[in-house]
Design a protein around this ligand. Sequence first.
Ligand code: B12
Length: 631
Amino acid sequence: MSRPSFLDRDFSDYDFQKNVAQMKLAMTTGSDYIPWTSQMSEFGLEYCQVPGKDFYTDAELFVKGHLHTCADFGFDTVDLMWDVYNIEVEMMGGEMTWFDDMAPAINNTNVLVKTEKDLAALKAPHPINSGRAQMIHDILHLYQEVSGGLSAPVRFCAPFTAVSHMVGFERLIILIREDPEFVHKIFKYYVEEVAAPYLNELFKAFPNAKTIGSDAIGSLGFITYDILDEFSIPYILRMKELTGGDSSPVEVDSWWGDSFTKNPIEFFERKLQVAPNHLKVQDPDLYKVGTVMSRNYATEHNLPLIFGVGNDICHEGSREDIYKVIHEYMEVGSSGPMGNKFALYLCSLSAQTPPENVRIIVEAINDFRKGDRPYEGLVESGERLWKDNSATKVEGDIQVQGADLGPALDDNIRPLMDEIYEGILDYDNTLVEELVANALEQEIEPDVILDNSLIRAMDTVGEEFATGELFVPEMLMAANAMKSGLEVLRPILTARKTKPKGIVVLATVQGDLHDIGKNLVAMLLEGGGFEVYDVGVNAAPDKIMAEAERVNADIVGLSALLTTSMPFMGKTVTAIKEAGHTYPVIVGGAPVSQEFADKIGADGYAESAVDAVVLAKRLMAAAVSAQQVSA
Ligand code: B12
């Protein structure tokens, strides 16, 4: 790469001091000016035409790339957000995956700690000379130089997300139940041997710096209140203790998941334990729980407030959509007696966010400030999602089995089936194993056991997950208990060559490492009687097709969570069709919609893991009736 010209740009006309001072005022004594900031490193690397690996490993490209983008688009403040979830785990030896047009990520399929032995073998990393720790110091020094002495916030990966990367999310959830002592040891190691020494070096070099701790996986939905209270909050507070106690700037304000709970206030209260000086509510949750209730809570508790605008509206909203959301957030956010303590935040501008949209966003903010408010008084949040997919939800003609009763059954068998069902809902692996063995001894057919206890329990779990009564950990634990019953049945099912309901190959597409949603789909499909083969993450079309051929798949399922990886979903569908494969391809993941699925020629879309099972059953039934017609 030749030397980009923006490295020599003079930024003296960019008023760092004024903008940062406004943000500080809004978050302390108050200001009539509404400041805003944005996570934008991926938008910046695309705008600056710098490959991802160079951008995230070279402090000068990183800092000046941010400044160049912010100055060109008229951003208020520069938000130097490096790939926060990776630095500390990479310092420990975590394996990185690099991408051209987005932030790198830890390879979550090759984890650092599987056993106590692995943990004991980890050496505390040098707080400056390992991984890219030195580069973070360089970024902050360079910013200080160009900005006339300002300290940018020190970003860090909060304990829960870091430990998930060390252990693997699903495994961590199971370990929390099976071996909580070991899990505490891992958290202690991360906080005491890695994070606190690393932060202390940064605070020594930048004594005035604030912090922003990021914790995507430590959010509600992924974890329950119990896990939050035992494993997340205490270790964030321990980090604070080890980095200066009351005077430590350590705080974590990036949790999402407010809309997973029926009572967001309980969640706000927990947020304040780890970030007591303001309340931050961001999309996709803010649009669901509503700006007004969030504003009211902050007012009642005398708290400065930050509203976060979702990535999807910035990426694909029309001018009108963008104006409506931004003006509502600014109007409601800045209303009432505490309204002068408010700031706006854009959750993320990605490499795919069209520059025209970014210009519209800046214009919308400036118009609001000038008093040009075409949507004054309009409040749409609190009722539905900005992009409401419910109209395209799968309406399966095959009903999920009656979860509570199960199929009609002989009265002698029913009580035992109910006990297994309850055992799964109590996450009791040993009991489930014993009872399934017991059922086999009583010569109950494996298919009957499967349908009336294992599959039935997972149907219930899926439904309760869909309605928000259960969170991801509960679903994982139930799936784990279901699997221990399935293991007892497996030898018999295999010996009898019992046919599964269908064979599904699942993968997260190329460029994407998000796998929690895909893994939930896999669990519910298994729970629904399907045989599932998981190709993993960042999977190229050839790899997916090879696996589908190897296992003679009935269905291929593709997952994507990033707008940057969605084109690969399209490429994979095209490659499969062009190769002449006839198995249906189904797609899903938060940014995917029925409309997108139709556009890329996929054979089905489902919004959730529960709907994925309904969809898979429908496709299998359609295949059977097509066979009958042709026979
Ligand atoms: C957890 C998370 C992470 C974790 C991922 C851990 C893991 N092992 O998966 C970590 C921290 C590693 C991470 C990294 C990154 N992330 Co991230 N992440 C999230 C977060 C918080 C939640 C995603 C999630 O798991 N949701 C829960 C699951 C259950 O939902 P789901 O996947 O949609 O799955 C359900 C359905 O969609 C459906 N489904 C899913 N797959 C399939 C497949 C089929 C076939 C079917 C039928 C159905 C189906 O069923 C599932 C269950 O009901 C979101 C923000 C948010 N609030 O959503 C950001 C988010 C997805 N990440 C984002 C980004 C940008 C990144 C990073 C680039 C770093 C960054 N700048 O933040 C890296 C990219 C890494 C990479 N190359 O992949 C952006 C994506 C923006 C966009 N649309 O492009 C989001 C939206 C956050 C944001 N900034 O706005 N991330």
